[in-house]
Design a protein around this ligand. Structure first.
Ligand code: GUN
Length: 292
């Protein structure tokens, strides 16, 4: 078993991004600028956004945060999005999900100018991704592609079993792995919570991408010897033994699956760190107007 080390790969790519950000500053007199909108006080979301901001600073990007109270109305949020759309000093805008129940995430996502949609959630970007056209790819799937690329893993012709059909990870990942691209060119099966025979299907996977949000969902008896295992799960449990008060668990039973795998991502230290790299690369591409 070999580790797909998200820390190693993300640090290396961030060094490259930092060089390119410095060149951008040199030639334009400004830094790439990412704006994040956070609503409410979800612990996970606050941590993720703080990490995105910190990593922007690390690579020489400017970042700004608008933090709304849980009581913000949908109209107020949409007005803020529109204001940012018009602001030429901002290259990328993300609205951290989930949003409170009284706000429709589809409306908010569609309101973001697709040319600033560095999360790649806007219907225009999703549609262009389906057609293999230049677009912003959602950050987590993008990070997974970058991780596979960093380790030179050839995915062509392999059977990729994606577990989970979320808008953020599973659905776009299934499209990306099937595209005529590298990484890609897989035969893809998209499985989810209603799939019958999930174990039998998973056992056929040369690659398993687990993004279902359940601790230890993928067990050793579901894994073909030599499979490549990508664990997207970030399941937080309170813990008295860690400084943060939380412990993270993936969707894969790492201890028992790892000995059967050819490659596997750890949690933490795997896909989570690559997600940020995907976001940074999209923000740089937006600043340089490489896509639109
Ligand atoms: N919530 C969980 N993952 C993400 C992400 O990649 N982007 C945003 N905006 N919200 C999320």
């Amino acid at each position: 078993m070999q580790l797909l080390d998200g820390k190693f790969a993300s640090e290396k790519i961030k060094e490259e991004i930092a060089v390119e950000a410095a060149e951008f500053l040199e030639s334009t007199g400004r830094q790439p600028h990412l704006m994040a909108i956070l609503v409410g006080n979800d612990g996970g979301s606050e941590t993720y956004v703080a990490s995105k901001m910190k990593n922007c600073a690390k690579v020489g990007f400017k970042s700004s945060l608008v933090h709304f109270d849980n009581t913000v109305t949908e109209a107020e949020l949409l007005a803020k999005v529109e204001e940012i759309n018009q602001d030429e000093s901002i290259d990328g805008l993300i609205v951290q999900l989930p949003l409170p129940a009284h706000i429709d995430p589809e409306k908010v996502t569609a309101a973001i100018d697709y040319r600033k949609d560095v999360d790649g959630f806007h219907p225009v970007n999703l549609g262009r991704m389906m057609r293999n056209l230049p677009c912003f790819i959602p950050a987590t799937p993008y990070g997974i592609l970058l991780l596979l690329q960093a380790y030179g893993i050839d995915t062509a012709g392999k059977h990729c079993v994606v577990v989970g059909r979320s808008n953020i990870v599973g659905s776009p990942m299934s499209i990306l792995m099937a595209r005529n691209a590298n990484p890609g060119n897989c035969t893809v099966t998209l499985t989810h919570s209603k799939t019958t025979n999930l174990k039998e299907i998973a056992l056929q996977g040369d690659i398993i991408i687990a993004a279902i949000g359940r601790k230890n969902f993928v067990t050793a008896d579901m894994v073909k010897p030599g499979a490549i295992i990508i664990d997207v799960g970030i399941n937080r449990e309170t813990s008295e033994t860690t400084k943060s008060g939380f412990k993270l668990f993936g969707d894969v039973d790492f201890e028992n699956v790892a000995p059967k795998a050819s490659w596997i991502t750890p949690v933490p230290g795997g896909v989570g760190l690559m997600t940020i790299v995907g976001l940074l690369k999209n923000t740089l591409a937006s600043a340089r107007k490489e896509i639109y």
